[in-house]
Design a protein around this ligand. Structure first.
Ligand code: AMP
Ligand code: MN
Ligand code: MN
Ligand code: MN
Length: 336
């Protein structure tokens, strides 16, 4: 018995896997260890950690994953700019991140170094711009919100704006100051989309276009983006990332099918308590797109994690059944 469908021809909910999640190594709320524990609780046996522009959380995540019997796929979500928008590309590293990071001539390692610097430079620019809008000591405030972590991003500036009382919540902070086209949406520092995809491929990673529906592109521009992605060596696209509109997802599936791109899935989980938990994403549409777990370079990982994933899923199902029975009992008690 296999836990993952070999094709998406009879799709729907996919058990036990999540290939897009964040930890404290970037803008997630949980440490990599805490994240792996939550994944186990949620019944996930195969996960990718995809922190923004860094693999810094991978070593800790791997240690926890090994202890818990979870299969961890090393990855990172790389920032790029494409025309006038910011586009993200996940780099999966099925043969491990160590050989990539230890080789200073590896193009993917070099790209991650470049992105790290770009993020720091960008933080200064965002801070300057927000100071002009009235947020004094913007960088210090964002650093404090980042709680000692090195990678500062827009979410930390958003938290600083909230703390300073300039906006009511994070959502408003993005709407007014940091979202697409706003003063704090600084993209100039990110490398070109195609260059990033090429570096991932040349460095031995698999390039996965992240959440294409979130860029709110016209269909014509979405097609352009996919074609540029493929021309640069991109092989897979996130068909489902978190919650999506079903019609748009079906249309995206058609585009992937025509181009023979692999489909990936993930929650884009950042923090507990929100609408997304590890393992939650919209059901995959019925289509002829090949799932990324049939990619020849991922098959060994999928096979190696089959038994442990089965065990984790079974445990989760037992837990859910006992919870449901308990609910049932307490309802009956309530009736009496
Ligand atoms: P950065 O990588 O610094 O550009 O920050 C991008 C991150 O900000 C995304 O990965 C999300 O976690 C978060 N983000 C983007 N847009 C929004 C939004 N409208 N509301 C809340 N968080 C957002
Ligand atoms: Mn994020
Ligand atoms: Mn993203
Ligand atoms: Mn993400």
């Amino acid at each position: 018995m296999t836990t993952l469908p070999a094709t998406l021809a009879m799709s729907g909910k996919i058990p036990g896997i999540d290939l897009h999640m964040h930890s404290k190594a970037s803008d997630g709320a949980l440490s990599p260890t805490e994240l792996m524990h939550l994944c186990l609780e949620r019944g996930l046996g195969r996960v990718a950690l995809t922190d923004h522009d860094t693999v810094n959380g991978i070593a800790e995540a791997r240690q926890a994953a090994d202890e818990l019997g979870i299969g961890l796929l090393p990855a990172a979500e790389l920032s790029t700019q494409w025309t006038n928008i910011g586009v993200h590309v996940v780099a999966m590293m099925p043969e491990g991140e160590q050989s990539i990071m230890q080789d200073e001539h590896n193009p993917l390692r070099q790209m991650l170094d470049t992105l790290w610097e770009a993020r720091s430079t960008r933080a200064y620019t965002i801070a300057e711009r927000l100071e002009r809008k009235g947020l004094t000591n913007a960088l210090e405030r964002a650093r404090a919100c980042a709680g000692g972590r090195l990678a500062i991003g827009r979410p930390h500036f958003a938290a600083a704006l909230v703390e300073a009382g300039m906006v009511a919540d994070i959502k408003m902070a993005f709407k007014r100051y940091l979202g697409a086209g706003k003063v704090g949406d600084v993209r100039l520092h990110w490398p070109e989309f195609s260059d990033v995809v090429r570096a991932i491929v040349a460095g031995g990673g698999i390039a996965v276009l992240a959440h294409p529906l979130r860029y709110e592109l016209t269909r014509r521009r979405l097609v352009l983006l996919l074609d540029e992605f493929m021309a640069a060596g991109g092989e897979a696209v996130e068909l489902c990332n978190g919650h999506q509109n079903d019609d748009s997802t079906r249309d995206l599936a058609r585009l992937l099918e025509e181009r023979q791109l692999y489909a990936s899935v993930g929650s884009d989980f950042h923090k507990p308590g929100g609408p997304l938990a590890p393992g939650t994403f919209s059901a995959l549409p019925r289509c002829r797109v090949a799932p990324i777990w049939t990619h020849p370079r991922l098959v060994p990982w999928i096979d190696a994690t089959e038994a442990s994933t089965q065990r984790i899923i079974t445990q989760r199902q037992a837990l859910e059944a006992s919870y449901a029975a308990h609910q049932h009992d307490s309802t009956k008690e309530g009736d009496a």
